[in-house]
Design a protein. Structure first.
Length: 266
């Protein structure tokens, strides 16, 4: 299937690693011109160089902290100036739930919650707000917000709150922007194989007093397919949602976590 992304202009936040980088790679493979946003300029340049070496049509690295509205606006303006506009925004600039603050009521602080909302919810909103006028003017666009399956669980107070907020924001943006040809969707990955996974498995093994193999088996058993999905597999789902062929899907959440055993969502 031709995803009709050749020549499209995309911004991927959190683009220096993990799902963000995998998505940038997938978009570039479809012929899109890609701008990577992230805070760490060194990691960003390394990621961009890697994509260029793989044959990406055009990659732009822009150091942007999405907690800073002025920085976001400057970054989007730089991309629009270089690419002549923006067609696609993928919001993936947030740390994984496993790297977040304590989740028990006694330990969690107001500031810990504020940091998560500032980055994942308001950061996504800032980026959407900056690109929306460009997309509206051209009558087409795609915004994909990467959230997480903690939106459907009560095991992480912060993870649940921030991810549900992203899903709610997505629906509101889809309703407002839909008449202008802009689709907005949210993707919920579960535990995902990224650069962080080996350390996360080792930490789990140490804390639980089990072997690394046993910790890995626990992790893989959380999915219907019997293993956690890879960042590239999640990126495939996101890339489809970025394409003109995804027009029938907007305002909704798409789970990309390998399935949750024993649960029905409808």
């Amino acid at each position: 299937m031709d995803l009709q992304l050749n020549g499209r202009r995309a911004i991927v936040t959190g683009g220096s690693r993990g799902i963000g980088l995998a998505t940038a790679r997938a978009l570039a493979a479809e012929g899109a011109r890609v701008a990577l946003f992230a805070r760490d300029a060194g990691a960003l340049e390394a990621a961009a160089a890697g994509l260029r070496a793989e044959g990406a049509p055009e990659v732009l690295a822009v150091a942007v902290d999405t907690t800073d509205d002025d920085a976001v606006r400057r970054g989007v303006a730089a991309v629009a100036d270089r690419f002549g506009g923006v067609d696609v925004l993928v919001n993936a600039a947030a740390r994984p739930a496993s790297a977040g603050p304590p989740t028990d009521l006694a330990s969690i602080t107001d500031d810990a919650v504020r940091v998560e909302l500032e980055t994942k919810v308001l950061g996504y909103l800032r980026c959407a707000r900056a690109v929306a006028p460009l997309m509206r003017a051209q009558g087409w666009g795609r915004i994909v917000n990467v959230s997480g399956l903690n939106a459907r669980k009560s095991t992480s107070l912060v993870g649940s709150v921030r991810n549900v907020a992203v899903a709610s924001m997505t629906a509101a943006l889809a309703q407002e922007l839909g008449p202008h040809g802009i689709n907005v969707t949210v993707v919920h990955p579960g535990a995902t194989e990224t650069e962080r996974t080996p350390d996360a498995v080792a930490a789990r093994a140490e804390s639980a007093g089990i072997t690394g193999g046993e910790a890995r088996a626990e992790l893989d058993a959380t999915t219907t397919i019997g293993r956690i999905t890879t960042a590239a597999e999640v990126a495939d789902v996101i890339t489809f949602l970025c394409s003109p062929r995804s027009v029938a899907i907007t305002g909704d959440a798409v789970a990309a976590g390998g399935g949750t055993p024993g649960v029905v969502h409808y």
